[in-house]
Ligand binder design. Structure first.
Ligand code: AR6
Length: 234
C-alpha cells in the first residue's frame, strides 16, 4: 500500500459498503500488516447518546493527528466499525475523512460485528476497542456486551487484573488470553476498554448536555485509545 495515498474518490466511486468491505478485507489478508490494525466502535454515540455530528468531527480529527504523528509507521491502521450499512456515524466519518484527504488505506470504515471481523468480514484486526462502562463490567448492552460475551470469562479475569474502574476519557489495554474464543477464532490479542463521555441521564457521570466538557472528554478518550494502540504496536 502506497504511503500518502488519499482517497477522496471513495464516495464518488459510489462503492457500497459491501464492496468497500471486500476491498479492505482483501488488502488486510495479504500481509503481516494484520498485526497492526485497530478496530474500534464509535465511542459514546449509542447508549451514551453523544451527538453524532460532533463525534464524527472528533473521530476524524484525532485519527488524522494520530496518523500524522506516526506517518513513518505506514502499516498502522485504524478502522471504525459499526453494525449496519445504514450507520450514520460511518457515513459522517467517511465523508469528513474524505474531505480532509486522509489516507484511506490507513483509516477507513467497515460494516460488521466487531467480534466477527475475521470470520465474517475477512478483516484481521489484532486489537479491538470496547466502549466500556466505568466499572469494566461485562453485560449491559451494545458493543460491551458483545465483546465480553464473544471473549468469554477469560476477558473478565484479564480485565480485573489490569484495572477495576475507568475515568471518562481514559482507556486500559487488556492482553486477551490465548484460550479466549475471540483470540482463537478472530486473532484478537488485545482489547482496549475505553470510557467515553455520557449524555444519557440514566447512566453515571451524566454531563447534562455540556458539549464543551463532553467533547473534551471524547477527544481525550480517542487520544488515549490511539496512544495505547501505539504502545502495543511499538
Ligand atoms: N460491533 C460493532 N459495533 C457495535 C456492536 C458490535 N457488536 N454493538 C454495538 N456497536 P454502545 P456507548 C456500535 O451503546 O454509547 C454499554 O452498555 C453501536 O452501533 O455500545 O459508548 C456499556 O456498558 C455504536 O455505534 O456504547 C456502557 O454502559 C457503538 O458501537 C455504555 O453502553 C457504541 O455503542 C456505553 O455506551
Amino acid at each position: 500500500v502506497e504511503e500518502g495515498m488519499s482517497c477522496p474518490m471513495e464516495i464518488e466511486k459510489g462503492l457500497n459498503d459491501k464492496n468497500e468491505n471486500e476491498e479492505h478485507a482483501k488488502e488486510c489478508d495479504s500481509g503481516d500488516v494484520d498485526s497492526c490494525t485497530l478496530a474500534f466502535p464509535s465511542i459514546s454515540t449509542a447508549d451514551f447518546q453523544f451527538d453524532l455530528d460532533r463525534a464524527s468531527d472528533i473521530i476524524v480529527d484525532t485519527a488524522a493527528d494520530f496518523l500524522q504523528k506516526f506517518d513513518n509507521i505506514t502499516y498502522i491502521r485504524l478502522v471504525l466499525v459499526d453494525l449496519s450499512e445504514k450507520s450514520r456515524i460511518l457515513s459522517l466519518v467517511k465523508e469528513k475523512a474524505s474531505k480532509k484527504s486522509i489516507d484511506c488505506s490507513r483509516f477507513f470504515t467497515f460494516v460488521g460485528d466487531i467480534t466477527q471481523l475475521h470470520t465474517k468480514g475477512g478483516l484481521r484486526c489484532s486489537v479491538i476497542a470496547n466502549a466500556a462502562n466505568w466499572r469494566l463490567k461485562p453485560g449491559g448492552g451494545g458493543v460491551n456486551a458483545a465483546i465480553f460475551s464473544a471473549a468469554g470469562e477469560s476477558l473478565h479475569h484479564a480485565t480485573k487484573k489490569c484495572a477495576d474502574a475507568l475515568r471518562p476519557g481514559t482507556s486500559v489495554v487488556v492482553p486477551l488470553p490465548s484460550i479466549s474464543p475471540l483470540h482463537q477464532r478472530e486473532g484478537v490479542t488485545h482489547v482496549i476498554h475505553v470510557l467515553g463521555p455520557n449524555m444519557n441521564p440514566m447512566r453515571p457521570d451524566y454531563l447534562k448536555n455540556d458539549y464543551i466538557k463532553g467533547s473534551k472528554i471524547l477527544h481525550e478518550a480517542y487520544n488515549s485509545l490511539f496512544e495505547n494502540f501505539a504502545s502495543i504496536v511499538r
